[in-house]
Write a protein that binds this ligand. Structure first.
Ligand code: BTN
Length: 251
């Protein structure tokens, strides 16, 4: 890795094998670690995904967690998942410019139609509605991707962009994320929402959204100010705060 300076206040600490980078960073945050600490691991033995899933974590891919201490309400802090998705999108776009990248609601990245990155945002609350800290866990498939996932998966290597190492991807994600974080802090969610929508998979199209106990078919109309998906249904539009989106034909 070239020793390129990271933007303030970001600093990177690398581990070999770890349970989950999110769990380790949570421990460090509870001990008082400051905003901007990023940890990466060569592999994880207990990597976690959204919706209680396992994130299979062999060597060669990026497993990173970033600590933030935003001064905002918890619902506003949830917007940071979209900021992170734009950071990952910028990094992949820089290191593998030939890949067709799309943002998949809420915080996934698709490379040539398959999932290449996922983000697990975890918030620990202080008093009232204020987060004490937010952990942004980011996985990017560089060398390999898992089989039999709910959404087809890929990696940079499988998309003809082999050779990107985890530290190089980590540094690129930090640089792009830092830039989008400044945009968010200065301009709020509007510019983030606009940039995310410009890269969104399925916007304006028929999609299926899997909820905890139900699947809805409708049209992906928009994102609201909290990042919830607005789904057009025959009876009107429905706001969906959590779920998983699939193209109508594939779900
Ligand atoms: C998802 O798409 O389900 C989110 C996946 C998040 C995986 C990353 S890998 C680094 C960090 N540590 C974890 O245990 N999970 C996140």
């Amino acid at each position: 890795m070239t020793a390129e300076a990271l933007p303030h206040p970001f600093r990177l600490v690398a581990y070999e094998t770890i349970g989950s980078t999110n769990d380790e960073l949570k421990r460090l945050a509870r001990e008082g670690a400051g905003e901007g600490l990023v940890i990466i691991a060569e592999c994880q033995t207990a990597g976690r995904g959204r919706r209680g899933r396992t994130w299979v974590s062999p060597p060669g891919n990026l497993y990173s967690s970033t600590l933030l201490r935003p001064d905002c309400r918890a619902s506003t802090a949830a917007q940071l998942g979209f900021v992170a998705a734009l950071g990952v999108s910028g990094a992949i776009g820089e290191l593998a410019p030939d890949i067709n990248l799309r943002c998949k609601w809420p915080n996934d990245l698709l490379a040539n139609g398959k999932k290449i990155s996922g983000i697990l945002l975890e918030t620990e609350m202080a008093a009232g509605d204020r987060p004490d800290f937010v952990i942004l866990g980011i996985g990017v498939n560089l060398a390999s991707s898992p089989d039999e996932t709910p959404y087809p998966a890929t990696s940079l290597a499988e998309e003809d962009a082999a050779g990107v190492t985890p530290p190089v991807m980590a540094a690129a994600v930090i640089r792009h994320f830092a830039s989008w974080l400044t945009t968010w802090r200065e301009g709020g969610f509007a510019p983030i929402r606009e940039a995310w929508l410009a890269r969104a998979m399925g916007l304006g199209e028929p999609v299926q959204v899997r909820l905890e106990r139900d699947t809805l078919a409708g049209r992906f109309l928009d994102l609201d100010d909290d990042g919830a998906l607005l789904l057009g249904l025959p009876e009107g539009s429905r706001r969906i705060a959590a779920g998983e989106i699939f193209p109508a034909r594939a779900a």
